[in-house]
Ligand binder design. Structure first.
Ligand code: PHE
Ligand code: ZN
Length: 883
């Protein structure tokens, strides 16, 4: 077990390792409850470390140590020191030496899903961030790079497939067929977190890829028997990602094989182990009947993401875990660009910004706020966050915006050239862009160290006589935990000025400079940009394409917003104008409801929306995004304090109804016109038509009239694909009554045998805003298909309830909080990583109105008081409760 008071680790304390390990030979003898691991390490003192010789301290947890040899001599107990987390050898030779260590682990008993574990009888490993130390004693840190040779021996009936990183060297049978083995060798030095092993009875789908230099790479995706066909889309995505990385970034794959394995129990989405990616099977398996378009999209982007890590993460890795954004932010940026190129770039941008605002902006506004590169942590697993990933990606995107695409590519090329084979830092990354472009990014670096979402408070003045427009910008940097005062940041602000006809006015600064790309750099606390030759009072279009992860506030009259919605040449900003109009309307309705007033507010928004979506020139997927209202969580974030989720829910329903009523005929038209009866295609175009049709259906149904319910029921039962079926299921479950029961029963009967699809059935019930939901969710935790040890089940039921059911999670009686807190405590005994994540649902608790705030505090205090908390949960709960 871990020490009871885990110590914080600080970036400033980084020291190079005292020893290096160049070569690792591993030998696994797989057994469900007693797997033996023999490791042979070539160790040497690090010439770059301090001259004073230090003891060799290896990390190790949950291990049974059998034997240690140093240069073939067995060490006696007195020659080393063993604790629950380490193995220290005080005296080592001053020359390179060999260490041989034998350990035993119990994969079957491993429910934390870190290190070596079993899932549906498949042996599998997860080593990022610090799981390798649960396999053997090692310098388990990313700046120790070694080349690995791995021998795996197993029962051929139980594990006919044996995989590890790199290329297959050899395989054979032993004991007249009772055992068999495989030997894998990975020539590329890598940190231990990229090690992987899989053993099990899995079925492959195979293909190949010809790289840009003409090498043939064997590709395989391993899935459960009988599910092979459902891996086709993932394979297709992989090949497109491989090609895209060659074209866009000049990156070629480097091994002879690339393997992907899908497993059922996995703490995260997927993992980029060198040459052997391991995936949560919900992000591999897809067919029209079983997966929604959203899942198809997610598969495409996660397969690409993990593949892209081969260069950004694996070939160049992180010096320490503080640099996590160096691989994650950059790789998210790359997968977002890929999806944008494969699909519609503006729709992709809208989806990414939505995701950023919902998850990252709210994280940044609460007790868990931290910089893109944190400076201290207790448990690194708690830092795989929206800030590191999504904001990390935005920071890379801003570099591209500031430098331009060409210079950005030069910077990336330099980064690959300079740091290939190394464990790098954020400073080294930024330096490459400065060196390649000559642009000074010193102030820009603050994006990595200052937490919180900056706000740009803007005002526009127009002088008709002088034909001058002045844009005044003030940057407000909100305080975040541990960072009360902040320095002004370097914020790229892309903008346009619309003339009365909606056309862009040429942007000429009073300095004479012309802004061809519309980008100005906001660098001071207050700044004024003066534009000349502006013929009439312009309407400002700010933060085009979301050029920085900030909030912009500007007071614009409705008619200006309507002009932006109708005519902005930047399509992203047309959507942004609509979205902020909707947000403003919803905040207003919520306020009026709080005062007990009746309101018909929203008519003007509905009208403007109708005008914009009638434009046939806009692609369906884009129009679908226009029709989606901001989420209730988004409204809560904008309101910011004394939040009453029940009122927001009512306001939301009211506006949906109003839009449904106002735009009824138009929505009916869309619903009819977007129907498709040809064969299913997962293409962006087809998915866009389905998305638009379903978005129209949602609004049409908002009245809950008998006709609406009939239409919805029909939509469910007539559906020929999972996108339509699941969409109707969620709406029906939200409505309740006999129709809901009928659909839920039908869904269950169809899919109870499929552990991936049945999660939708759990989630639809957990998301229902009806009063009986908590009871139902509680009952479902005892359902035979539910298991606390299965992260996907926990996320589908408890995660959905806590994160996407604002009304019922935030019940005024606190029962929702108590339920989640209780499950966090149960989960913590088996899987601390998942427990800590579930606890994250409380991250906005301080913004609640006082009654709910009190209830949430009680639930959090109960967690904090519990005995033997993991460091994961301990760290999160104490941050939540800190003043
Ligand atoms: N590195 C994985 C990714 O691509 C995420 C992950 C982290 C997976 C930790 C498992 C454990 O984003
Ligand atoms: Zn990643």
């Amino acid at each position: 077990m871990k020490p009871s008071t885990p110590r914080p680790i600080h970036l400033k304390d980084y020291r190079p390792p005292a020893y290096l390990i160049d070569k690792v030979d591993l030998d696994f003898d797989l057994d469900p409850i007693r797997t033996r691991i023999r490791s042979r390490l070539s160790v040497r003192p690090n010439p770059k470390a301090s001259a004073r010789r230090e003891p060799l301290r290896l990390d190790g947890e949950h291990l049974e140590l059998d034997e240690i040899k140093l240069d073939r001599r067995v060490l006696a107990k007195k020659d080393y020191k063993l604790t629950d987390t380490s193995l220290t050898i005080p005296k080592t030779p001053s020359k390179p030496f060999t260490l041989e260590i034998t350990t035993f682990v119990n994969p079957q008993a491993n429910k934390a899903l870190q290190g070596l574990y079993r899932t549906s009888n498949v042996y599998c490993t997860q080593c990022e961030a610090e799981g390798f130390r649960r396999i053997t004693y090692f310098l388990d840190r990313p700046d120790v790079l070694a080349s690995y040779t791995v021998r795996i021996e197993a029962d051929p009936n139980e594990a006919p497939i044996l995989l590890s990183n790199g290329n297959l060297l050899e395989r054979g049978t032993l004991d007249s067929g009772k055992r068999h083995y495989a030997v894998w060798r990975d020539p590329f030095p890598k940190p231990s977190y990229l090690f992987a092993l899989v053993g099990g009875d899995l079925a492959p789908i195979a293909s190949s890829f010809r790289t840009m230099s003409g090498r043939l790479v064997d590709l395989a995706i391993y899935v459960e028997h009988g599910k092979e066909e459902r891996a086709a889309w993932a394979m297709d995505s992989l090949k497109r990602a491989m090609r895209w990385d060659e074209v866009r970034f000049g990156r070629e794959y480097d091994l002879d094989v690339f393997n992907i394995v899908a497993v059922s129990d996995f703490n995260m989405g997927a993992m980029e182990n060198k040459g052997l990616n391991v995936f949560n099977d919900r992000l591999i398996l897809a067919s029209p009947e079983t997966a929604t378009d959203t899942i198809f999209e997610a598969i495409e982007s996660v397969v690409a993401h993990e593949y892209f890590h081969n260069w950004t993460g694996n070939r160049i890795t992180c010096r320490d875990w503080f640099q996590l954004c160096l691989k994650e932010g950059l790789t998210v940026f790359r997968d977002q660009e890929f999806s944008g190129d494969e699909r519609s770039s503006v729709v992709q941008r809208i989806l990414d910004v939505r995701q950023l605002k919902t998850h990252q902006f709210s994280e940044d506004a609460g007790p868990l706020a931290h910089p893109v590169r944190p400076e201290t942590y207790i448990e690194i697993n708690n830092f795989y966050t929206a800030t590191v990933y999504e904001k990390g990606s935005e920071v890379v995107r801003m570099i591209q915006t500031l430098l331009g695409r060409e210079n950005f590519r030069k910077g990336m090329d330099l980064y690959f050239e300079r740091h290939d084979g190394e464990a790098a830092t954020v400073e080294q990354f930024i330096r490459c862009f400065e060196d390649a472009s000559g642009v000074d990014l010193s102030q820009f670096r603050l994006w990595y160290s200052q937490a919180g979402t900056p706000e740009l408070v803007c005002a526009l003045r127009y002088d008709k006589a002088k034909k001058k427009a002045e844009l005044e910008v003030e940057q407000v940097l909100p305080a975040t935990p541990g960072q009360a005062h902040k320095k002004p940041m370097h914020i790229p602000l892309r903008l346009g000025l619309l003339g009365g006809n909606g056309h862009d006015v040429a942007l000429k600064l009073d300095s004479g400079e012309e802004l061809a790309d519309g980008i100005v750099s906001v660098t001071k606390r207050r700044q004024t940009f003066r534009f000349v030759d502006v013929p009439s009072r312009p309407v400002p279009s700010l933060l085009r394409n979301f050029s920085a992860p900030v909030n912009v506030t500007i007071d614009l009259p409705d008619r200006d917003v309507e002009l932006l919605m109708a005519a902005d040449s930047d399509l992203f900003n047309r959507w942004q104008a609509a979205n902020s109009f909707a947000t403003r309307t919803l905040v207003e309705i919520t306020r009026l409801l709080a005062q007990g007033k009746q309101t018909a507010r929203g008519a003007r928004y509905a009208k403007a929306l109708g005008a914009t979506i009638s434009t046939d020139a806009l692609e369906p997927a884009y129009r679908a995004e226009l029709l989606k209202l901001p989420t209730q969580a988004d409204i809560a974030r904008v309101i910011g304090k004394n939040v009453d989720p029940a009122l927001i829910h009512r306001a939301h329903r009211r506006l949906a109804k109003l839009i449904g009523r106002t735009l009824g005929p138009l929505l009916e038209d869309i619903y009819g016109a977007m129907a498709e009866d040809g064969p299913f295609s997962p293409s962006a175009e087809s998915a866009g038509r389905r998305a638009l049709r379903n978005a129209a259906l949602t609004l049409l149904t908002a009245q809950w009239g008998p006709r609406d319910i009939t239409r919805l029921s029909r939509h469910y039962f007539k559906a020929t694909n999972m996108t339509d079926r699941a969409h109707a299921l969620f709406l029906l479950a939200a409505y309740g009554g006999a129709e809901s029961a009928r659909a839920l029963d039908d869904f269950y009967a169809r899919w109870k045998g499929d552990h991936v699809v049945v999660d939708t059935w759990f989630a639809a019930q957990a998301q229902s805003p009806l009063a009986g939901t908590l009871k139902r969710v509680e009952a479902l935790t005892h359902h035979p298909l539910f298991a606390l040890t299965a992260p996907n089940k926990v996320r589908a039921l408890i995660g959905t309830f806590a994160a996407t059911n604002p009304v019922q999670f935030n019940r005024p009686d606190g029962a929702g909080y108590a339920f989640v807190a209780g499950h966090v405590l149960m989960l913590d005994r088996m899987n601390p990583q998942i427990a800590a994540r579930m606890l994250g649902a409380f991250r906005s608790w301080r913004a609640l109105e006082s009654g709910r705030r009190g209830q949430a505090r009680k639930a959090l205090q109960r967690v904090a008081r519990a005995k033997n908390l993991s460091s994961d949960v301990q760290e999160i709960v104490s941050k939540m409760l800190e003043a």
